[in-house]
Write a protein that binds this ligand. Structure first.
Ligand SMILES: Cc1cc2nc3c(=O)[nH]c(=O)nc-3n(C[C@H](O)[C@H](O)[C@H](O)COP(=O)(O)OP(=O)(O)OC[C@H]3O[C@@H](n4cnc5c(N)ncnc54)[C@H](O)[C@@H]3O)c2cc1C
Length: 407
C-alpha cells in the first residue's frame, strides 16, 4: 500500500490523515507532544461560514463545512452540531451593516437571515440583552476542539476514515491517546518531533526516518524548526503569528441555541467589508486596545468559551492581560443580559496566518514533501477542504519509501 507521512497532530495534520485514509494510503502520523497542544485545541471550535469573504474563501469554507458534517456523523465524539450563529447589532449603524450583509448575492449560500429583536429571542430564548437586531447564519456550526483530536484518532486507529455514514469504527477500543496502529493502516506516533527533511522522508529526534510517497508537514505556528528554512529569506515572510486570549466559564444555567458574535466582529471579518462598515462607531477603547471581538460558544457541558483578542507583536507576552478579560466578560454579559458564571480557565493561543492574499500557505519544500500552514483564524473551519486540496494538487511522487539508513 502507498504511504503518506503526516507531521503535526493539530487539525490540519489530522485532516490530511483523514484524506489520506479515504484515498487508501497507509499513514504514519508524528506529533512532538503527547497530543495536539496548539491552536487546534485552544480555539472556539467554530465552523464559521458567516464571516468569510465572498468567492474563494466562502467556497473553501462551505466545502469544509460539508466535510465536517460528514466527519461529525462518522465520529460523534467530535461534537459537531449545526448550531448556527447570531451576530448581534447594538445600534442602528451595526444593524444597517447587517442588512447589507443579508442582501449580499451569496447570502443564501451562507443561509443568512436578518432578525428583529423579537425574532432573535425566538431563535435563542436564552438571550436577555438589548439588541437592535441580528444576523442569523444557519450554516455556521460547532465542534468540540478539545475532543476532536482524540476522537478522530480513535476512529482512525479503529480503521475508520471519517466518511462512514454512522459511527463505523468509533466504538472500537482504540484509545487515540497512546502510540499505536492496531492494523488499521494508521500509525500514531506521539512524542516524535520531526527534525530533518529529505526527499520523501522526515527524521524524528530519535534518529528514525519515516518515508512515504508523500510527506505533509503541518507544524502550525512553529515557524522555526523543520519549517524554518522554507519560511525564511523572503522580503515579506509568507506567514506571521497571531496571539489570542480566551477564557472559559463554569456552566451557564441555560442552553444557548446558537453561537454569538458582537458588532466588533463586523470590523474584522471580510464578509462585512461593505459600505455600512464606514458608518460604524469607533470601537470602545478597551476593545480597540486588544483588537477584540466577542465570540461566545456554549460547550457541551454548558460552560461558555469566550474570546478573543488579537496581537501579532512579537515577542508575545508569556502572561495574559486581565483588562482584555474584563472587556470580554462585560460584552458577554451585555449580550446575554445576565451575569456570567465565574471564569474557570484562561489561556492564550497562537495561530499561523498568511501575510498575502492566499487563504493558506502550501509549498513543496523537497520532492514529495509539502508544508501546509498559515490558515489563520479560518483554520479549524477550513482544514478538511485544505487537506482535500493538498491531495488534489499532489506533487510528483517521491523517492522510494525511506528506511532507517536514509541520509
Ligand atoms: C484562540 C484561537 C481561537 C481560534 N478560533 C477558531 C475558530 O473558532 N474557528 C476556526 O476556524 N479557526 C480558529 N482558530 C484558528 C485555528 O485554530 C488554527 O488555524 C488551526 O487550529 C491550525 O491548525 P494546525 O494544525 O495548522 O496547527 P496546530 O493546532 O498548532 O497544530 C500544529 C501541531 O504540530 C506540532 N508540531 C509542530 N512542529 C512539529 C514537529 N517538528 N514535529 C512534530 N510535531 C510538530 C505541534 O506540537 C502542534 O500540535 C483559532 C485559533 C486560536 C489560537
Amino acid at each position: 500500500m502507498d504511504r503518506v507521512v503526516v507531521v503535526g497532530g493539530g487539525v490540519l495534520g489530522l485532516m490530511h490523515v483523514v484524506q489520506a485514509r479515504r484515498r487508501g494510503y497507509e499513514v504514519v502520523h508524528l506529533e512532538r507532544e503527547a497530543g495536539a497542544r496548539g491552536a487546534s485545541v485552544r480555539n472556539f471550535g467554530l465552523i464559521w461560514v458567516s464571516g468569510r469573504a465572498p468567492g474563494a474563501e466562502l467556497d473553501l469554507a462551505l466545502r469544509a463545512r460539508q466535510r465536517w458534517e460528514e466527519i461529525g456523523t462518522a465520529v460523534p465524539g467530535t461534537g459537531f452540531r449545526p448550531h448556527g450563529s447570531l451576530t448581534l447589532a447594538a445600534d442602528e449603524a451595526e444593524l444597517d451593516l447587517l442588512k447589507q450583509a443579508a442582501a449580499m448575492p451569496d447570502a443564501s449560500q451562507r443561509r443568512f437571515e436578518l432578525l428583529d429583536p423579537g425574532a432573535v429571542r425566538e431563535v435563542n430564548p436564552a438571550l436577555r440583552g438589548y439588541c437592535t437586531g441580528a444576523l442569523l447564519c444557519r450554516n455556521d456550526a460547532l465542534v468540540e476542539p478539545r475532543l476532536v483530536p482524540a476522537a478522530l484518532r480513535s476512529h482512525l486507529l479503529a480503521g475508520g476514515s471519517g466518511a462512514e455514514p454512522a459511527a463505523a469504527g468509533s466504538s472500537a477500543a482504540a484509545s487515540g491517546g497512546s502510540a499505536g496502529s492496531a492494523g488499521s493502516g494508521y500509525t500514531w506516533l506521539p512524542g516524535r518531533e520531526a527534525v530533518e527533511v529529505a526527499p520523501g522522508a522526515v527524521r524524528d529526534q530519535t534518529g528514525t526516518w519515516h518515508g512515504g510517497d508523500l510527506v505533509v508537514l503541518c507544524p502550525g505556528a512553529a515557524h522555526t524548526g523543520i519549517a524554518g528554512p522554507h519560511l525564511a529569506g523572503f522580503a515579506v515572510p509568507p506567514v506571521r503569528r497571531v496571539r489570542l486570549q480566551m477564557l472559559q466559564t463554569e456552566p451557564l444555567d441555560r442552553r444557548l441555541t446558537t453561537s454569538l458574535a458582537d458588532g466588533d466582529s463586523l470590523r474584522y471579518y471580510p464578509a462585512y467589508d461593505l459600505p455600512g462598515r464606514l458608518g460604524l462607531a469607533p470601537q470602545s477603547p478597551a476593545a480597540a486596545a486588544a483588537a477584540a471581538q466577542l465570540l461566545l460558544v456554549q460547550r457541551l457541558d454548558g460552560s461558555l468559551t469566550i474570546g478573543d483578542t488579537h496581537s501579532d507583536e512579537e515577542p508575545f507576552p508569556f502572561d495574559v492581560d486581565e483588562a482584555a478579560y474584563d472587556h470580554l466578560r462585560g460584552r458577554a454579559e451585555q449580550l446575554l443580559g445576565s451575569s456570567l458564571p465565574p471564569t474557570r480557565l484562561r489561556w492564550a493561543g497562537v495561530y499561523s496566518q498568511v501575510t498575502g492574499d492566499d487563504l493558506y500557505h502550501r509549498s513543496q519544500v523537497a520532492p514529495g514533501v509539502v508544508l501546509v500552514t498559515g490558515p489563520g483564524g479560518r483554520g479549524m473551519t477550513c482544514a478538511p477542504a485544505i487537506a482535500e486540496e493538498t491531495f488534489a494538487e499532489r506533487p510528483s511522487p517521491a523517492v522510494p519509501t525511506a528506511s532507517k539508513e536514509m541520509p
